[in-house]
Design a protein. Sequence first.
Length: 180
Amino acid sequence: MARRSAGLILVLVAVIAVWWLWRTGGRMDAADVITYRGQKIKLSKSYYDFSDYKNDPDNIHPSETGRVQELVMNAPIAHSFSSRLDLFRATGEIQFPGYGSGSGGSPQPDGSELLAVTIEIPRADRDRYIVFRGHQGKFELIDDFVNAEIPYPFGIREQDGAYVYYYTPGGKELFRRPRR
């Protein structure tokens, strides 16, 4: 009798689960907060689907915009990485969920590589640039700053004691920063 009751309960749970999936289209409960770097960030409304959240330009509650921008701009980053994969994992942890990041760089005459990872700062029309020099598969942090968004693809070269960020093709200079 106990086995029959347990079996009936399992069937009932399965029927309810199938009905729920059919009714909700497989969506989870709506969420009006997102966790970023251990902080709960209030969203402008509840989202049932990550795609809906990420495609909404007003997804972060206005009262949270400044805090989110500060968290992205000031998130710590290690000074060296033993591989490109480790570097991209670490910078990926800085990227705010649903917002963009990219990278650009160029080989240098000395055999090293300059690589900038850009991380979109939500609602700021600016990016955080985290710049590394790569050599023999290892990467060292050489600069970390916030600047206006620039078009992709871009490259970096050293010239006259500065890092020059340029648009390719053609090499049009976008901005430069003094070497530190």
